[in-house]
Design a protein around this ligand. Structure first.
Ligand SMILES: Cc1ncc(COP(=O)(O)O)c(C=O)c1O
Length: 391
């Protein structure tokens, strides 16, 4: 008689192998903590990759989703619902003083796909994107994603895309022409390992876009919605884009994305130009409203800024760390050697979930509700984790 297969074996036999073997099978979460199927507890310093803004099982999110699902769960986009309208108004008030319009999606890549199509409505087709960029896995988003390993198996990709070195304002100015539809930039690059551009880069991008009549598109799918201690990472530079894409933390774990068109980009789509079945779903919009309300009511932007600074200072104190990048609770740790995979493994053994974004960079993107106690526990464990990884 064969023994029943374990959960990991069942995963591997039933799911397509796009992610490799899972590190753990998780069964439940509460706050910033999660538990695996053997009952081991972990501090979740990755938050579903910058998604679980309110941690796991936050009562405001649970209540909002439950209430909306039992009132009106889904309607088609032939109809409107109050949560959808209220969320669009709220987002516009947070990021653009109300001047713009929103298209809702279910994910980051779909938000970018909508934005990509929006740029085509300018009548131009040339796009300028950045080295190190990540914008998602659908064909349009992939066309803007720099990493060769992700692109090569799927070429030819749509669009005429020129890549310029991230942060290089002169190269950007040289690449943009009067034929350029848009410049797409992550104000802080997440998948590249929380890479921050030099001061003045976003403002330079704004100026060059204006000079050539191109749209400036910020992808804040990962950096947005409070992660940096501001609603948007780009607000630190005081630069407003024409197109803004959001997802990840927006729904706090409930799938939702958004493409915002500001100024002239607000009205580029006409009826029939784009669509979605699930985008703008009332439950997803209620979830996002609950996330935003909680961030506001609990003063989480301030909390993220203060605790993030302490966390980053503490991580930087070890000599095996050459630099700590990022803002708020969007943290990149640059190691002196290519040991990030070993560090992530050692952290997991010590009960902390972190991510090896690149061979030498660790990424942390914990829930915005991370407690000082959990941050301190990680800082206490940090030297031992590094010691084990560098052995
Ligand atoms: C900046 C950025 N854009 C887009 C995406 C794609 O989002 P999703 O995985 O929800 O499609 C990601 C995901 O990591 C991202 O970091």
């Amino acid at each position: 008689m064969s023994t029943p297969a374990g959960t990991t074996e069942r995963y591997q036999s039933a799911l397509m192998n796009t992610f490799g073997p899972p590190k753990l099978v998780l069964t439940r979460g509460r706050g910033t903590h999660v538990w695996d199927e053997d009952g081991n507890e972990y501090v979740d310093l990755l938050g579903g990759i910058a998604v679980n803004a309110l941690g796991h099982g936050h009562p405001a999110l649970v209540e909002a989703v439950t209430e909306q699902l039992s009132t009106l769960g889904h309607i088609s986009n032939f109809f409107a619902s109050e949560p959808q309208i209220a969320l669009a108004e709220k987002l516009l008030s947070l990021v653009a003083q109300g001047d713009g319009k929103v298209f809702f999606t279910n994910s980051g890549t779909e938000a970018n796909e909508a934005a990509f199509k929006l740029t085509r409505r300018t009548g131009r087709t040339h796009l300028v994107a950045m080295t190190g960029s990540f914008h998602g896995r659908t064909m349009g988003s992939l066309a803007l994603t720099a990493k060769e390993a992700y692109r090569a198996p799927f070429e030819p990709l749509p669009g005429e895309v020129t890549f310029v070195p991230y942060g290089d304002a002169a190269a950007l100015a040289a690449a943009v022409t009067d034929e350029t539809a848009a410049i797409v930039i992550e104000p802080i690059q997440g998948e590249a390992g929380v890479v921050v551009p030099p001061d003045g880069f976003l403002a330079a991008a704004r100026a060059v876009a204006d000079e050539h009549g191109a749209l400036l598109w910020f992808d804040e799918v990962q950096s947005g919605m409070g992660r940096t201690g501001r609603w948007l990472a780009s607000q630190a530079a005081g630069v407003t884009p024409d197109v803004l894409t959001l997802a990840k933390g927006l729904g706090g774990g409930f799938p939702i994305g958004a493409c915002l068109g500001l100024g002239r980009a607000a009205t580029l789509f006409e009826p029939g130009n784009h669509g979605t079945t699930f985008g703008g779903n009332p439950v997803a919009c209620a979830a996002a409203l609950a996330v935003i309300t909680t961030i506001e009511d609990d003063g989480l932007l301030e909390h993220v800024a203060v605790l993030g600074q302490k966390l980053r200072d503490g991580l930087a104190a070890d000599p095996r760390v050459s630099e700590v990048t990022g803002e708020g609770l969007f943290v990149g740790v640059v190691l002196t050697e290519d040991r990030a995979a070993d560090v992530a493994a050692a952290a997991l053994r010590a009960g902390f979930i972190v991510n090896n974004a690149t061979p030498a960079r660790i990424r942390l993107a914990p829930p915005l509700v991370l407690t000082a106690e959990d941050a301190e526990a990680f800082l206490r464990a940090w030297p031992t984790i590094l010691e084990e990884a560098f052995a």
